[in-house]
Design a protein. Sequence first.
Lengths: 113, 113
Amino acid sequence: DTAVSQTPKYLVTQMGNDKSIKCEQNLGHDTMYWYKQDSKKFLKIMFSYNNKELIINETVPNRFSPKSPDKAHLNLHINSLELGDSAVYFCASSQVRSSETQYFGPGTRLLVL
Amino acid sequence: GNSVTQMEGPVTLSEEAFLTINCTYTATGYPSLFWYVQYPGEGLQLLLKATKADDKGSNKGFEATYRKETTSFHLEKGSVQVSDSAVYFCALKGMDSSYKLIFGSGTRLLVRP
């Protein structure tokens, strides 16, 4: 009965590859988010979708492309991976975009070699 | 723009010691303020929140009071346990239409038996 789940949990890959991370929430929430946490634990929002519509798009390289096939899923595709992409990526959701509380997934640890 | 500043860690305490983790913010108007906690290997969880000045958020023995005059939201606990060892993030949600959560850099707490 996991609320926000992500796959895979760990991802090790070579520079230049393309990879995807998937996120699903079973809370019935309208809004989903992707965050990046760097090696110093600094956490920054990347994207947010509300009912499949992109509402937040921070200054992120266009190698990163989010896709929301429905409001319960938000996937992140990364092209031409670089060393600096190594981080933990967290998915989160909230009931509506103005909700006070966000619920986070367990994270996907990406290591680019 | 909106920002959150937290004290640098790590903070190392003995069990049953008193904890304070400082957090100050910069924002226009009256943002909502949060403390999230990240246990090792897990995603973030909401610990407590306060949505207006002078509100006190509390949960699991932790407290924080929204101080508009000092733009602060310091986290306190009277007696920490080993199980409180985690990274603590202060965050704010501004009053603009983006509804973004802005996180501080996180403070690692290590409680020794």
